[in-house]
Design a protein around this ligand. Structure first.
Ligand code: UDP
Length: 339
């Protein structure tokens, strides 16, 4: 079972599971996911797709019968809309997670892998960031993914549901969202490059991100499902951190600079010692190879919105309004990922 299986990360995981010969059921409300993302998987293997909202327990529960592994990836994932509509994010990411946990429990699934988010660390002080770093979600998306992770731990502890949470760092790859809200940097830059417009670099571009290729994320999910770990929380990252200026140099093109955004970390960089030790997982795709794969598929962004300085200023207005003081007094949630 892959919730959110028609989405960006979910569909790559489905591809991998189908390739490994598994029977796969996808639950997706197709609000952001697309059936087109599942085209090749449905031709190659045994795939069923259920169109349903994960927070609708009666609709999803029967589909968990005879499921061995659940990968819970369904979520709303944009930052600004989460600030504007926190209840929508709560419903999808928290109620949705509780419904999936309960359906998994009702049918005694063997393992549940939860897609947690590196955004839980907020403005991390320790770089690379280990799992037991302070938890400081800076906006509702990060908060709802963190609360979802707490529910997953709780179901592991109280109901003995065998769960593992993986905190993904800056996932990129083909099928990353090409529509909707202003979002992850890769899609923004690729659409700008295709249109011959300047790449909108935030701040001086020296901030860095742990860009992790989507097939490496899918492999970590499968490794976690195949393991006998219970109640573990592990970072999944590329093993490095790369400045936006370096990304720009790989993509090529003119740039224009935008104001630095409040509440945004200068660096994200996963300490991946734990997942390497417990699962033997290591990333396989370098940023240089990953960027080449993206450039080879750049036509996927042909119809994507082309953001520019003024449309980004408009789209991020609430971000600047609500997060402007948030970096000065970060509140820590006591939710240690220490093993
Ligand atoms: N970024 C950028 N220009 C954009 C969008 C993002 O320079 O138009 C930068 C942003 O400042 C951040 C990085 O790209 O350092 C990744 O941003 P994204 O929103 O993809 O992820 P997050 O900030 O949540 O890690």
């Amino acid at each position: 079972m892959v919730t959110g299986g028609a989405g960006f990360i979910g569909s790559h995981l489905v591809d991998r599971l189908i390739k490994d010969g598994h029977q796969v059921t996808v639950i997706d409300d197709l609000s952001n996911g697309k059936m087109a993302n599942l085209e090749s998987a449905s031709k190659r293997g045994d795939l069923a797709v259920v169109e349903a909202d994960v927070s609708d327990y009666p609709a999803i529960e029967p589909h968990f019968a005879e499921v061995d592994w659940v990968f819970h990836l369904a979520a709303k994932a944009a930052i600004v809309p989460s600030i504007q509509e926190p209840m929508v994010y709560h419903r999808a990411n928290v109620d949705g997670t509780v419904a999936v946990l309960e359906a998994a429990r009702a049918h005694g699934v063997k393992r549940l892998v939860y897609a947690a988010s590196s955004s839980c660390y907020g403005l991390a002080e320790e770089i690379p960031t280990p799992e037991d770093a302070p938890i400081r979600p800076m906006y509702p998306y990060a908060l709802t993914k963190t609360v979802g992770e707490s529910y997953v731990q709780h179901w592991s502890n109280v109901y003995k549901l065998p769960c593992v949470s993986l905190r993904f760092f800056n996932v990129y790859g083909p099928r990353a969202s090409t529509s909707g809200a202003y979002g992850a940097v890769f899609g923004v830059f690729l659409a700008q490059k295709l249109a011959g417009e300047p790449l909108t670099v935030v701040g001086d571009g020296e901030q860095s991100r742990d860009f992790t290729f989507v097939t490496d994320i899918a492999a970590a999910c499968v490794d976690a499902a195949e393991s006998d770990l219970v109640g573990e929380i592990m970072n999944v990252g590329s093993g490095n951190t790369y400045s936006i200026n370096y990304l720009v140099s790989l993509l090529g093109g003119e740039v224009v600079h935008l104001p630095k955004r409040p509440g945004e970390p200068d660096s994200t960089f996963a300490d991946t010692t734990k997942i390497n030790r417990l699962l033997g997982w290591t990333p396989k795709v370098s940023l240089e190879d990953g960027v080449q794969i993206m450039l080879d598929r750049i036509e996927l962004w042909r119809n994507a919105p082309v953001w520019n300085e003024s449309s980004i200023a408009e789209a991020t207005r609430d971000w600047f309004e609500y997060l402007s003081d948030s970096g000065t007094d970060p509140k820590t949630i006591d939710q240690s990922g220490a093993d």
